[in-house]
Design a protein around this ligand. Structure first.
Ligand code: FAD
Length: 113
C-alpha cells in the first residue's frame, strides 16, 4: 500500500525529524554569533520547548533547558550542548548515547575525509 498522501507523524518519526532539524540548525550556527543571534536562539529553544507537539517530551525538554542553560557562545559549544541534550533523551529511552566529539562529522562535515 502506498501513502502518497502521507500520514500524521508518531512520536518516533516526529523525534527523528526534529533532531534532524535541531542538529542541522546547530551545524549552521555561526562560529562567532552576535548577541542578537545568541538571544534569538535562546528564545527559539524556549518557544520550541513550549510548542513541541509531544507534551511529555516538551515538558522534559523545558526542564532540561532550565537545568542546563544553552551554551551559545560558538557553533562547537552549541552543537555539543545539543548533542548532550539528545543524549539525555537517549538515556531516558535506553538508547545508545552518541560520542559528542563526533557531532560535527555527523551533522556538518560528513564522515569522509
Ligand atoms: P533519534 O534519537 O531520533 O536520532 C536520530 C539520529 O541522530 C541517530 O540515528 C544518530 O545518527 C543521531 N544521534 C543520536 N544521538 C545523538 C546525539 N546525542 N547527538 C547527535 N546526534 C545524535 N521520545 C520519547 O519516546 N519520549 C520522550 O520523552 C522524547 N522526548 C524528546 C524530546 C525532544 C526535544 C525530541 C526532539 C525528541 C524526543 N523524543 C522522545 C523522540 C526520541 O528522541 C527519538 O527521536 C525517537 O525515539 C526516534 O529515535 P531514533 O532511534 O530513530 O533516533
Amino acid at each position: 500500500k502506498t501513502h502518497s498522501k502521507g500520514e500524521p507523524l508518531d512520536v518516533e518519526a516526529l523525534g527523528r525529524s526534529s533532531w534532524n532539524l535541531l542538529h542541522t540548525i546547530s551545524a549552521n550556527y555561526p562560529d562567532k554569533p552576535s548577541n542578537q543571534q545568541q538571544s534569538e536562539m535562546r528564545q527559539f529553544l524556549q518557544l520550541f520547548s513550549h510548542i513541541y507537539p509531544c507534551s511529555w517530551c516538551a515538558s522534559d525538554f523545558e526542564k532540561y533547558l532550565k537545568d542546563h542553560s544553552p551554551k551559545l557562545g560558538s557553533r562547537d559549544e552549541f552543537g555539543r550542548w545539543m548533542c548532550e541534550a539528545h543524549n539525555e533523551v537517549n538515556s531516558k529511552l535506553n538508547k545508545e548515547t552518541f560520542d559528542c566529539n563526533f557531532w560535527q562529522k555527523r551533522w556538518k562535515d560528513g564522515w569522509n575525509d
